[in-house]
Ligand binder design. Structure first.
Ligand SMILES: *Cc1c(COP(=O)(O)O)cnc(C)c1O
Length: 467
């Protein structure tokens, strides 16, 4: 399997190169040269498999010859062995025809673990093959940093340093990062904002000498391997509800468009998906695009569902490339204009096609709180604010014809105890395996918002492990 760039000016690569590179050199995103396809018989043969086994089978066409199948199987089994539910991604029924699929039973209680746990192990395998090490740096306001740390802690070939804004993350989120004690993990609390942290990371990547010296790498949400590792759970829930002999619909609370892109990919590979619903909070660039062909950037506003607080959904570029019939020049020009003018211009026929692929939905904070309360009152189910957006979207846009809808539950309600308590009067407890989170010892260094100081901290971490 080879991958090409959506902007057409980078050479084709295999899975291992795409994993390590993340972004293509021309600024584009990697996408499979041809989409793999599963027949109905292929899908039927996957019914009833344990999740890790199914994940390996669904990912295999993407990893191709870069990762031997036995290695991929072992990685998938190890990645999901530590999840807090034996089904890994259990389906819960809320009403007739309405289900949630819980993607939050991993080590950090959010769906990022589904891909990150696989990614950390893939990095180790590929880097061992090449006898190389990398240093991952990242900035986080919450979920992504902890998922990346959990995925990389104790890996042989990777050091990881995560920057978070000092005193500006939730306590659960900070402790999920700072109580992981592994020699290859570093946490820096920057005296500044999340934007300062992001600027420091960008500046480290722009410092060519430093970048080479520590072999910088990233695991951000545009990495194709993350998308590939998110496709299997759509297959799993569809099979459980009768696919390939019955259609299903999915509702996905969306930020960077990675999760819903994986659902789209599952359909592209032959899964009978009747409808894909894109749920947004008040940061509704995608909903506006689908409603009125208005893809214009707006300032990010904080909401009850912070992991969906985005200005631009970076993974949308992959769908755009397909909508434009894989015209890389047009994709590149459209994306450059979008960056320059803050507004994406898409021809009407293309927009109409987008509307046949996706349904948009927007829910503000009061609506989200009302949905959490309603769900709790009618079924006793505690849905976190992100999940509540997806469930509300599913209820607003039913398919009819007896097609079941599965809403993706992307975070454990215990990650958002204040919002949950306000809406329902209940403060959800952390799962037993994490109940001691607030007693664990924290390790992090508070540093000023200064590039030289932060680079020195990264060097010290790397030096310790390469000596
Ligand atoms: C990251 C995240 C999302 C958004 O997912 P995308 O792939 O960025 O669209 C939704 N909910 C939660 C809890 C998340 O952590």
């Amino acid at each position: 399997m080879r991958y090409i760039s959506t902007r057409g000016q980078a050479p084709a690569r295999d899975f291992a190169d795409v994993l390590l590179a993340g972004l293509a050199e021309d600024g584009g995103l990697f996408i499979p040269e041809t989409w793999p396809h599963f027949s109905p018989a292929d899908f039927r043969s996957m019914r009833g498999l344990p999740y890790a086994e199914l994940a390996a089978r669904v990912m295999q066409p993407f990893t191709g010859t870069a990762i031997p199948f036995e290695v991929l199987r072992t990685i998938c089994h190890a990645a999901y062995a530590g999840f807090g539910h034996p089904a890994v991604v259990p389906l819960v029924q809320l009403e007739t025809g309405l289900f949630v699929q819980e993607l939050f039973h991993g080590p950090t209680l959010a769906f990022k673990d589904m891909a990150m746990q696989v990614l950390g192990r893939l990095f180790d395998y590929v880097l061992t093959q090449r006898d190389k090490r990398v240093t991952i740096v990242g900035a986080t306001s919450g979920d992504t940093g902890s998922a990346a740390i959990e995925a990389c802690a104790g890996r042989d070939r990777v050091d990881i340093m995560i920057l978070h804004p000092h005193g500006r993350t939730s306590l659960v989120q900070r402790r999920q990062m700072t109580t992981v004690h592994a020699g290859n993990v570093g946490n820096v609390a920057v005296e500044g904002t999340f934007d300062d942290c992001q600027d420091l990371v960008k500046a480290m990547f722009a410092d060519a000498g430093f970048r080479q010296e520590v072999r910088l790498s990233a695991v951000n949400s545009i990495n194709w391997a993350r998308i590939a590792a998110q496709i299997p759970y759509y297959v799993a829930s569809a099979l459980a509800l009768g696919a390939p002999d019955r259609e299903v619909a999915f509702s996905v609370p969306t930020g960077n468009f990675g999760n819903v892109l994986a659902a789209w990919a599952a359909r592209r590979m032959g899964l009978p998906v009747a409808r894909l619903i894109v749920g947004s909070n008040r940061n509704d660039i995608l909903a506006r695009f689908l409603a009125s062909n208005d893809m214009s950037m707006a300032p990010v506003e904080p909401s009850l569902s912070p992991s969906m607080d985005i200005q631009v959904s970076s993974n949308f570029e992959r769908v755009l490339f397909e909508l434009l019939d894989r015209d890389a020049d047009l994709t590149r020009q459209t994306m450059l204009d979008f960056r320059r003018f803050g507004r994406m211009t898409v021809a009407d026929p293309v927009w109409h096609r987008a509307r046949t692929l996706f349904h948009g939905f927007r829910l503000d904070d009061p609506g989200t709180e009302a949905e959490i309360r309603r769900l709790h009152a009618t079924s006793g189910y505690l849905a976190d604010p992100h999940t509540a957006v997806g469930v509300a979207a599913a209820r607003a846009l039913p398919c009819g014809g007896g097609v079941p809808i599965v809403a993706m539950a992307t975070a454990h309600p215990a990650k958002f105890p204040d919002a949950m308590e306000r809406a329902t009067g209940h403060r959800p407890a952390l799962p037993p395996r994490m109940a001691d989170l607030f007693e664990r010892e924290e390790r992090f260094t508070v540093l000023p918002n200064d590039l030289g100081t932060v680079e020195a901290a990264v060097r010290a971490l790397v030096g310790r492990n390469r000596a």
